[in-house]
Design a protein around this ligand. Structure first.
Ligand SMILES: Nc1ncnc2c1ncn2[C@@H]1O[C@H](COP(=O)(O)OP(=O)(O)O)[C@@H](O)[C@H]1O
Ligand code: SF4
Ligand SMILES: [Mg+2]
Length: 323
């Protein structure tokens, strides 16, 4: 059985301007200790899909269709108490800007102590302290004992992200969702965080759902890649299959942009694919990539291409045809 399964998820937002269709068919599976990368341009529905796993959508978010199952059980069937336990003990999440996730008036030691106590209320003060130091050491924060008294502003972005990871690990989760955890960091610091995640997967058998706009970055660590666009998963499969035999024109465009611009291209450079992402208020009736696709055909614009499984999964009526 898969550890986590997102099954044809649809999410809308009620907004003053009408209904915004943020996710319109996202599916993925992940096993224990597996690293799955969700990649796509800004606005493609990556964060909304990821936050849905923990049912962390804001009040105007509507789970319109589909299901999310953890160990076979729908997260939508969890009671409030079960949901509280699920968040942390099973699945933890870290975000792009660690600075914003910390309370500036709490020392790191106090933030660690609160998180540890929330999950293990019976530990003594000494045990909580020891556990805090162990966790900071596990994520390679230098001099962890001494740094416990420091406040968030006294750490660099890279160290804060490591502390964020330590907080996420305090509850011993089986899955870590990392939403663009290195996007705000420079390339060297980013590489250090990626190494840390790989080590945690190995040592803890931690499954990681890694969200990024950077295909080059994720292809180095992911077992499987999920390509999102316009709220849909357009292609997914084992990393080597997706990279070496991409079936979808959008995936091929992303790969070409790496070849043309080098491995450290940014979100803006993704814009080299001419055109803009679909309007989430009024999505095209057919393939979301049709307005930008070099292969577009009249059949592409009448209905959303169905999901096809041939080697790996994609949604294109002309899979594998070269532009
Ligand atoms: N709270 C919200 N209210 C309305 N629209 C939202 C909200 N959160 C996200 N969206 C919209 O949902 C779509 C998908 O967003 P998101 O998942 O954050 O994209 P990504 O993470 O891929 O950049 C975007 O059009 C975004 O504007
Ligand atoms: S379905 Fe048509 S428009 Fe969409 S990606 Fe395939 S060829 Fe292009
Ligand atoms: Mg996002």
């Amino acid at each position: 059985m898969n550890l986590l399964e997102i099954d044809n998820l649809h999410v809308d937002f009620a907004t003053a301007a009408g209904t915004l269709h943020a996710v319109r068919g996202a599916s993925l599976e992940m096993g224990e200790g597996e690293i799955v990368g969700i990649v796509g341009e800004s606005g493609s529905g990556k964060s909304v899909t990821a936050s849905s796993v923990l049912r962390l959508l804001p009040a105007n978010g509507i789970y319109a269709a589909g299901d999310i199952r953890y160990r076979g059980r729908s997260v939508f069937s969890l009671s409030p108490t079960e949901l509280r336990e699920f968040r942390g003990a099973e699945v933890s999440m870290i975000f792009q800007e660690p600075g914003r996730s910390f309370d500036p008036i709490y020392s790191v030691g106090r933030a660690m102590a609160e998180t540890i106590t929330a999950h293990k209320p019976n530990l003594s003060e000494q045990e909580v302290h020891r556990r805090s130091v162990e966790l900071l050491d596990e994520v390679n924060v230098p001099y962890p004992e001494q740094r416990m008294v420091n406040f968030p502003h006294q750490f660099s972005g890279g160290l804060l992200q490591r502390i964020m990871i330590a907080l996420a690990l305090a509850s011993d989760p089986k899955v870590l969702i990392a939403d663009e955890p290195t996007t705000a960091l420079d390339v060297t610091i980013q590489a250090g965080i990626m190494d840390l995640l790989l080590r945690l997967r190995k040592e803890r058998n931690l499954a990681i759902l890694f969200i990024t706009h950077n295909l080059a970055l994720i292809s180095k660590i992911a077992d499987r890649i999920v390509v999102m666009y316009g709220g849909m998963v357009l292609e997914s499969g084992l990393t080597r299959d997706v990279l070496h035999a991409p079936r979808h024109p959008y995936t091929r465009a992303l790969l070409n942009s790496i070849l043309s611009f080098g491995r450290h291209y940014t979100a803006d450079q993704l814009q080299i694919i001419p055109g803009t992402v679909p309007n989430p208020y009024a999505p095209e009736p057919g393939c979301p990539f049709a307005p930008r696709c070099p292969l577009v055909h009249h059949a592409c614009t009448s209905a959303i291409p169905p999901v096809v499984e041939d080697g790996h999964r994609h949604r294109c009526i002309l899979p594998g045809v070269k532009e």
